[in-house]
Design a protein around this ligand. Structure first.
Ligand code: ACO
Length: 371
């Protein structure tokens, strides 16, 4: 048996949801560059779940289905109020809250295609409500009810603050959601597929995926990036900070990628958004520091920024609390997780690889009193 650490380069399944070929990312064949420039997040969700773009009518009805499914029941919100909210990370709260949704959904274990499509809609629609409700509850405020007349992106920002976002913020947030929606067999998507390949339910698959996304080597990196930028806090100090960190063999969050070795195609969009938004807020230091760090890491290590690097200064410019950055990633990526879960159910086989045993062999049993 031969092993590949971290399953690098292993092709573990076929999928028609998204692809990374020669450094180009597509969602069902549509280049991420086109989608980032033109698509609404709702169109992207429809594409990922139905393998085609919606017509105008279909999009309208899908948007209204999503908006109508966004309300979270009082039971689930009340339960959230019992979390140790001042101590718990919002990603941990989201993981538990999504699992709680299943307890109040009678169709949670109904594996029919119709029930799974309904669960998909509920999960996608309610995750923003859960994330924003948690943010408000811990500030001692009441959650804001979702509105049916707002886009997915605008609704998130509205539920966070209670105020309708301006057009620039809505567009920027929509683009960030589009860019994070799916990414082939990344760690959290693989987790979701492994979970549901046992024929476990969709809520379990999404709960497991949230757990995988939370880690700093995956979605958790974006929060670490803003922490690093806040620590540096001065463009002049950025170069030395990074050189010192590299000297100490510290990983610079937001750089490197398992698949892309010539750059993450999503990063350039986020970089440009960071430039624009930080100039609007009058805080271009976040962008300038990021560019400086980018230069130093590229020169010193030959590593390029991934999706998590410039998204940090983008979300900061949208006035979003730093520990909500990874939950926002989940609010977008759940669309891809669901697409992969539906695909897994359609053509399922249990995912059960092997391990190469490296422990001792043929040991003799020693009775307890003789140990
Ligand atoms: N900073 C410094 N050195 C790095 C970095 C980094 N960000 N990333 C990789 N390296 C170095 C490693 O130390 C290693 O060096 P060595 O061979 O001298 O030991 C070499 O590059 C290979 O790194 P691995 O960690 O083995 O590469 P792998 O493909 O396993 O990891 C990963 C990819 C996890 C993304 C890695 O680059 C990393 O930890 N980056 C920082 C965390 C991050 O930004 N995660 C988000 C990824 S995108 C996403 O999930 C949405």
């Amino acid at each position: 048996m031969s092993t590949t650490k971290g399953l690098e380069g292993v092709v573990a399944t076929t999928s028609s949801v998204s692809s990374i070929i020669d450094g180009v990312l597509t969602y069902h064949g549509y280049d991420i560059d086109d989608l980032a420039d033109h698509a609404s997040f709702e169109e992207v969700i429809f594409l990922l779940w139905n393998h085609r773009l919606p017509s105008q009518e279909e999009l309208q009805s899908f948007q209204s289905e999503l908006a109508n499914a966004a309300v979270v029941s009082k039971e689930v919100l009340d339960q959230m109020k019992t979390f140790p909210i001042d101590k718990v990370h919002p990603m941990a709260a989201l993981r538990t809250a999504v699992s709680n949704l299943a307890l109040f959904d009678e169709s949670a274990d109904d594996m029919s295609e119709e029930a799974n499509r309904q669960k998909a809609l509920k999960l996608q629609a309610k995750m923003p409500t859960l994330v924003t409700a948690f943010s408000r509850i811990r500030q001692g405020k009441e959650p804001v009810e979702p509105r049916i007349d707002l886009s997915f992106a605008a609704n998130f920002l509205y539920m966070l603050t209670g105020e309708e976002p301006d057009e620039i913020s809505e567009k920027a947030f929509n683009k960030a959601l589009v860019l994070h929606a799916d990414h082939e067999l990344n760690a959290s998507t693989f987790t979701a597929r492994v979970c549901v390949a046992t024929l476990s339910d969709m809520y379990s698959g999404i709960t497991a995926a949230i757990g995988a996304l939370k880690g700093p080597l995956h979605g958790g990196a974006n929060e670490r990036v803003i922490k690093m930028l806040s620590e540096i806090d001065d463009v002049e100090k950025a170069e030395q900070y990074i050189k010192d960190a590299l000297e100490r063999k510290v990983k610079i969050m937001g750089f490197g990628h398992r698949v892309y070795k010539n750059g993450d195609p999503r990063a350039k969009h986020l970089k440009e958004m960071s430039r624009q938004l930080t100039s609007i807020t009058g805080e271009s230091k976040w962008y300038e520091m990021s560019v400086k760090i980018d230069e130093v890491v590229t020169n010193e290590k030959g590593l390029l920024p991934n999706v998590d690097f410039y998204s940090a200064s983008v979300y900061h410019s949208l006035n979003i609390e730093h520990d909500l950055f990874t939950p926002i990633f989940a609010v977008s990526r759940v669309s891809g997780w669901i697409a992969h879960i539906l695909e897994q159910y359609e053509n399922n086989r249990l995912i059960r690889p092997r391990a190469e045993y490296t422990g001792p062999e043929r040991q003799s049993w020693v009775p307890l009193e003789q140990r």
